[in-house]
Ligand binder design. Structure first.
Ligand code: F0G
Length: 470
């Protein structure tokens, strides 16, 4: 396929601001435009590439399961993200994920049987969708010879970076986390996988600001989703969704919104597939915020902020952030992965919403934990942030924005075991535990709790209890 051509010849970086559009070579490590400060896109001169004629051509990749790049759920779509030579790819088998029809959840959401699918990204090696983007950014870091890579994280990016660093042994991982702001499963990963873990007195937004300063001044390669290569990897989540649907386009893609990397990447994936003539329809996109971290909802739905052909009214954003600061308002939600008030990919997400005729909604922590329990009892457990997508789908159905017969794909971004504290608190019989973890978040009920039954240490009593409850 594309490997005959020297990759960097037809890939380049470009500022997304229409007033700037400066271009840069692919071997630079940029997280913003050096000329105007806007975000950067990876672009390709597609006409110089031997592209597949139809998406079905990608099927052929599956015939070569022993090649690590064909096996990877990212790199078997190499032709749609050919920014580096294949020998620089760092893969650990990411992207072997499942699109699962979930009738049980469809009923909860209010959809016709057969119309709701869950894209289960928890199956990635580090347990979240982050591996899609990390494989791409880490490969680029390897290509440019980086020795250290850093990120700020609510836990999953850091777990992913820690894993790529330790498995490949190519770079030292340095992760910045807000003190007390990261779920136990994720903290466990960072520590065990040997990342240099910098726990700072602040939240994710603080960690994000500091890691940008520190990595710039120390020349450390930054792998947060301001890194445009991350988003190239995350485009493949959509390629796999379409592949699993045999290239039928669903009506809606629903995704939780935190730093807005996923939604931005999905929008880019659809723009490119459409421009290349590989799809003829673009699905609608719904991005779901938690009520306690709802910057996108506030700006897009309440204050009317739009992409506006790239001429974004940044005054509206500045004004909102000033208001947050004046009130001393920090992000706060049980969905700690999306506990973010200053999403770094806001501009690109506005572009994605524009491309995909998108909507934004906010859901409460109560709605998130209930949706999470429903998803879990249907078989595929997820972490709280992921369940925001299902809670959002339900809300959009209730509001009549989504029709019962429409085909919906909710992205389950992270594995259930990432945040055992929230899960156990929900299902536990111990009220104190519930109150301290969930009550403090305004969650009042655990309507779908699967409570353990307490029994004496006695066989007969146990058998009676099983008869009674099963
Ligand atoms: N779901 C999970 C499980 C996440 O970990 C994240 C982000 C999101 C959703 C939001 O995705 O940023 O693309 O809008 N986690 C980041 C982290 C911030 O540091 O792991 P997004």
């Amino acid at each position: 396929m594309a490997s005959a051509v020297s990759t960097p010849d037809f890939a380049f970086q470009q500022c997304i601001a229409p007033t700037c559009q400066a271009t840069y070579s692919i071997d630079q490590a940029l997280t913003s435009c050096p000329q105007c400060g806007a975000l950067i896109d990876i672009r390709y001169e597609w006409d110089k590439l031997p592209l597949p004629k139809t998406l079905d051509d990608f099927k052929k990749q599956w015939q070569n399961r022993y090649s690590p790049t064909a096996f990877s759920g990212i790199w078997r779509f190499y032709d749609l993200l050919p920014f580096l030579p294949k020998d620089k790819i760092v893969t650990i088998g990411e992207g072997q994920t499942l699109l699962q029809k979930a009738d049980f959840v469809a009923e909860f959401v209010g959809l016709t049987e057969g119309e709701l699918y869950l894209q289960y990204e928890g199956m990635n090696p580090s347990g979240s969708f982050k591996d899609n983007g990390m494989s791409a950014a880490f490969s680029h870091a390897h290509m440019v010879g980086a020795t250290h890579a850093a990120c700020a994280s609510t836990g999953n990016t850091s777990a992913s970076l820690a894993m790529y660093s330790s498995v490949s042994n190519l770079m030292r991982a340095i992760i910045f986390i807000g003190s007390g702001k990261i779920a136990y499963g994720k903290l466990a990963q960072a520590l065990e996988l040997g990342a240099l873990t910098v726990q700072l007195a602040g939240d994710f937004d603080d960690a994000m600001a500091r890691v940008q300063e520190v990595s710039k001044s120390m020349g450390i390669y930054l792998v947060n989703s301001v890194n445009p290569f991350r988003l190239e990897g995350q485009k493949t989540i959509m390629f796999r969704v379409l592949e699993a649907l045999q290239w039928q386009i669903p009506d809606w893609i629903i995704v939780p919104g935190g730093n807005l990397g996923n939604s931005s990447a999905f929008g880019k994936a659809f723009i490119e597939l459409h421009e290349l003539g590989l799809i003829d329809k673009i699905p609608r996109l719904a991005v779901i915020n938690a009520v306690g971290a709802n910057t996108l909802y506030e700006l897009y739905e309440k204050r009317g902020l739009r992409w506006n052909k790239g001429n974004i009214n940044t005054k509206v954003i500045d004004q909102y952030y000033q208001e947050l600061d004046a009130k001393g308002k920090k992000a706060s939600t049980i969905a700690s992965a999306i506990e973010i008030n200053r999403p770094v990919n806001l501009h690109k997400c506005l572009r994605a919403l524009n491309t995909c005729n998108g909507v934004v909604r906010e859901v409460s922590d109560q709605e998130i934990v209930d949706a999470k329990a429903k998803v879990g009892s249907g078989g595929l457990g997820c972490e709280p942030a992921s369940a925001a997508s299902v809670a959002g789908a339900r809300l959009l159905r209730e509001q009549g924005v989504i029709e019962p017969h429409e085909k919906i794909v909710c992205i389950l971004t992270g594995h259930q075991l990432k945040d055992p504290t929230a899960t156990v608190a929900y299902h536990t019989t111990d009220q104190e535990n519930f109150d301290s973890v969930l009550g403090s978040r305004g969650v009042q009920r655990a309507s779908f709790a699967n409570r353990a039954i307490s029994v004496p240490n006695d066989s007969e009593a146990i058998q009676k209890a099983i008869q009674l409850y099963s």
